[in-house]
Ligand binder design. Structure first.
Ligand code: GCB
Length: 867
């Protein structure tokens, strides 16, 4: 009897399970061919891969990563239990163009690398053993984005699923959408209305039933069913929920809609969709209102890559990111510059982040029908696929859509080109509202008035400005000047600062941060300027910092080639100190304090003593902080703008710093950090106990920490008797107002060390007692221009292609004559050249002299070691 019951139960379960939709992963046992020509390929050329996959890990190594056509293939059988079912494959994303073939027949194509698509596997083509082939192309000839500051990693880089359904099922043929669309046209505190609509595949025009059950906290609060007899659209309108528990970033409360498709009493398909009740508006007087309350939208932008996966990231990367962003205190997230994984949206719904999602029309448009069609279908895909997510409030369709026009379109053709861009924007705006008029439309512009002049800026409900004053642009305060001017001219236009940020490299530190020095300190300074300015202005309804992560851009050079390092966290997601500035600024629910020196744990100070003072910053949202340094309590300091600056006295070696945040005399938060202090002598002429080794980052305001060799290259200084420094020359500036160059340096991982130099230098002097020294001189001829960066609006200086030739002598004896770093580096500019020499210093000074033969003299780095 017992056996019988179990048997019945198994039968029932399997019957129940098989009757409904079954979704299984389809990620294993794929083969990949890194070529377009399958005929020329041998079987061994097809390499086994698992999805998610990208072929572009080369983007971590070189600028010109592989862009072209590649193939994926997979043999598979249809499980016996699926035999009477319709079989779909769902591709969560393929970058950028896909052709799907089953047993040699083309089933589907999809343009657009960031949205999902479903492909039906027709019964008549299926065999006992099938071969699926997918051609993937990441050249993006007519597919947005045509360009952009991110790598177009090619491949089937999000998951693939096999979905088995009965012939009758919730629609799977509508732009990769769930086939059911839920909206909440009216929400108040007292009641909310729900509309549900969708399509059902019903080829035999059977009489079926769609049943909706809406539940809250596990209890069904509303049920409704509707009879359907054809495949046309069905709707259930005006379902009323009394006293809805509202969704907001602080209380991301979700209701659950369960939808069943029934034949008689038998469930043949089922969907579960969360619902969030919220209402919102945006205007310049009240700012953004959520559920009737003002809410300044504050957050960040997110790219999706993580080394070593490229964009073929495992699901935990999405989870980790959204959790970190939420923990930072953000309530707002811009998914830039493309539609992101469904999981990201699910997380934003459940953790509580308001989302701006956009399609990748970036930098420039193409004036042809294919491009326009692709932009339209990307927009439809995005809206339909993510329509049901309550976190989504903004749909965007353009990012800096005219920034490249000046470089790519001849002058006389620019005005009509701008008009075409405006026409496309209007078309996309219209389409967006047709698809979903419950959300706000938005686009992001770079800081140019041209958007106003050509009429692009007035099209969307809200306008995003990507502003980099004090980074690409001149001064930090130009930021608020620009936004105030905009507000004065367009008083009714709510704006979002959709990007702002600065690059940073944790190897670079300075007491005097300057724009474009890539120091950790300058990024902090910029963000500490922007955040208070943003919150002060009600017409700025929100802001998203650029970018949450240090992300991969194969073409970017700067201090960390292949990386845009404006992240609040590193690419491996370790928070930078500045992440905690945001956290202090944004989190009101918990007290926090952070010793902002995770990025600067080794302090190598130019000083003769065995103790010194070092600056230390503490981020906190509490009114006061107090420090204990190696057990010794210091006086309290007030916190202003969520930080307090300290000078602390530290001995050589290890220092334990404890920070205590207080409010009303009570300890509310604590943090502890160990800092290591080292000393580089200032008075090099003195006999020191230990032989010294001085490394200098010549021509730079920053010290550079070379972790591999555990050496700090000190910021440069001018010579003073008894010490070391440059005697003359000037800081090399490739662009006015910026130190050094942003060009990548060949032959080193220590790019910043070679990217700055002193030019027109005739001597560098180190006063030092007699003895033997090893001298290492670092050079890279920086006079050739790096290729232009699309986002960098500064004006570069003229180039000099002259080979720069000079003699180098040490204490009057020439050790290198007619030296040209350029020629030594095989006629390459921006290539590292290192010269070493052992000298016997007979006197009290080592004078390194540079005698110009042609062009310029220069020096990029110097290390002097007592032997
Ligand atoms: C921008 C772009 C973004 C870039 C960023 C930058 O304005 O929208 O894609 O990555 O600037 O860092 O230059």
């Amino acid at each position: 009897m017992k056996f019988f019951l179990i048997h019945i139960a198994i039968l029932f379960l399997s019957y129940g399970a098989l009757a409904q939709r079954i979704t299984t992963s389809f990620n294993n046992d794929w083969k990949f061919l890194s070529a377009a020509d399958t005929l020329a390929a041998k079987d061994v050329d097809w390499k086994p891969v698992t999805i998610p996959h990208t072929w572009n890990l080369d983007a971590y190594e070189k600028r010109d990563y592989k862009r072209g056509k590649c193939w994926y293939r997979k043999s598979f059988t249809i499980p016996h239990s699926f035999r009477n079912k319709e079989i779909y494959l769902r591709f969560d994303a393929v970058n950028s163009y896909a052709e799907v073939y089953l047993n040699g027949q083309l089933l589907a194509t999809h343009s657009g690398g960031y949205s999902a698509f479903n492909v039906l596997l027709p019964k008549k083509i299926l065999k006992p053993v099938n071969e699926l082939r997918v051609l993937v192309d990441n050249r993006n000839i007519d597919i947005p984005p045509l360009s952009g500051d991110f790598t177009i990693f090619g491949g089937i880089y999000r998951q693939v699923w096999m979905i088995a359904v009965e012939k009758e099922h919730f629609d799977l043929d509508n732009h990769g959408s769930p086939g059911v669309f839920i909206s909440t046209p009216m929400v108040t505190r007292k009641s909310a209305s729900v509309n549900v609509k969708g399509m059902v595949a019903n080829p035999q025009k059977e009489t079926l039933k769609v049943q909706l059950q809406l539940s809250n906290n596990g209890k069904v609060i509303l049920s409704k069913s509707i009879k359907i007899t054809s495949g046309i659209e069905w709707q259930m309108n005006n379902l009323i929920v009394a006293n809805p528990q509202l969704w907001s970033p602080d209380t991301p409360h979700l209701y659950h809609a369960n939808l069943k498709l029934l034949r008689g009493n038998r469930v043949i398909d089922e969907l579960n969709i969360p619902i969030g009740f919220r209402w919102f508006s945006a205007d310049t007087r009240n700012g953004f209102l959520l559920n009737g309350h003002p809410l300044k939208l504050m957050g960040t932008n997110r790219h999706q890559d993580q080394k070593p996966f490229g964009i073929a990231v495992p699901q935990w990367v999405h989870e980790n990111d959204i959790r970190l962003i939420k923990e930072m205190g953000a309530n707002f997230l811009r998914l830039a510059h493309y539609q992101q994984d469904d999981e990201v949206l699910r997380l934003c719904d459940s953790l509580g982040l308001i989302v701006w999602e956009e399609i990748p029309v970036v930098d420039i448009i193409k004036d042809n029908d294919t491009f326009r069609r692709n932009a339209r279908s990307e927009l439809i895909d995005m809206i339909r696929q993510h329509y049901n997510h309550p976190s989504v409030v903004f749909w965007g369709y353009m990012n800096e859509a005219i920034i490249q026009v000046q470089y790519r379109i001849p002058n006389e053709e620019q005005p009509p080109f701008y008009q075409k861009t405006v026409a496309l924007a209007k078309e996309l705006e219209h389409l967006l509202k047709q698809e979903d008029n419950s959300r706000l439309s938005v686009m992001a512009c770079h800081g140019s008035n041209l958007y106003n002049e050509i009429g692009l800026a007035g099209i969307t409900d809200v306008l995003g400005w990507n502003l980099y004053q004090g980074w690409y642009g001149d001064n930090l305060t130009d930021f608020e000047k620009f936004t105030d001017e905009q507000h004065e001219k367009y008083p009714d236009r709510p704006i979002i600062i959709s990007e702002f940020g600065a690059g940073s490299d944790k190897r670079l530190h300075t007491l005097h941060p300057e724009k474009f020095d890539f120091s950790i300190g300058y990024q902090q300074k910029l963000l500490e300027h922007y955040l208070p300015q943003i919150v002060k202005r009600p017409y700025i309804i929100g802001a998203t910092e650029w970018n949450f992560i240090d992300f991969n851009v194969a073409s970017r050079q700067e201090s960390m080639p292949r990386t845009n390092n404006k992240g609040l966290v590193y690419n491996d997601r370790t928070p930078k100190d500045v992440y905690y500035y945001f956290q202090s600024f944004l989190r009101k629910d918990t007290a926090m304090v952070h010793i902002a020196s995770d990025d600067w744990k080794v302090r190598d100070v130019v000083s003769d003593g065995d103790s010194t003072t070092i600056p230390l910053k503490i981020y906190s949202n509490q009114p006061y902080v107090q420090l204990k340094v190696n057990g010794q309590m210091m006086v309290k300091n007030p916190v202003q703008n969520f930080y307090s600056d300290w000078l602390i006295r530290v001995p050589k070696g290890s220092t334990i710093v404890e920070a205590i945040a207080t409010e009303g005399g009570n300890i509310t938060a604590m943090d502890t950090l160990r800092i290591e202090t080292r000393f580089t002598p200032f008075s090099t002429l003195l006999i020191h106990q230990k032989k010294w080794n001085i490394a200098i980052n010549v021509g730079s305001n920053c010290s550079f920490y070379d972790q591999a060799n555990d050496i700090t290259w000190q910021a440069d200084k001018s010579y003073t008797p008894g010490s070391w420094g440059f005697v003359d020359g000037s800081i090399f500036r490739k662009s006015p107002g910026r130190i050094g160059t942003t060009a990548e340096i060949a032959g080193t991982f220590n790019d910043p060390l070679f990217q700055t130099m002193r030019e027109s230098i005739s001597s560098y002097r180190i006063d030092a007692p007699p003895g033997k020294y090893e001298i290492e001189l670092l050079f890279a001829d920086l006079y050739n221009a790096p290729p232009p960066q699309a986002y960098d609006l500064s004006k570069g200086t003229a180039n000099s292609n002259d080979a720069n030739v000079f003699d180098i002598s040490i204490n009057d004896s020439v050790f290198c004559s007619d030296f040209s770093p350029y020629l030594t580096a095989d006629k390459r500019n921006n290539a590292a050249v290192v010269k070493k020499i052992i000298v016997n210093n007979a006197g009290n000074s080592i004078q390194i002299s540079f005698l110009k033969k042609s062009g310029h003299t220069f020096l990029n780095g110097l290390r002097v070691k007592q032997l």
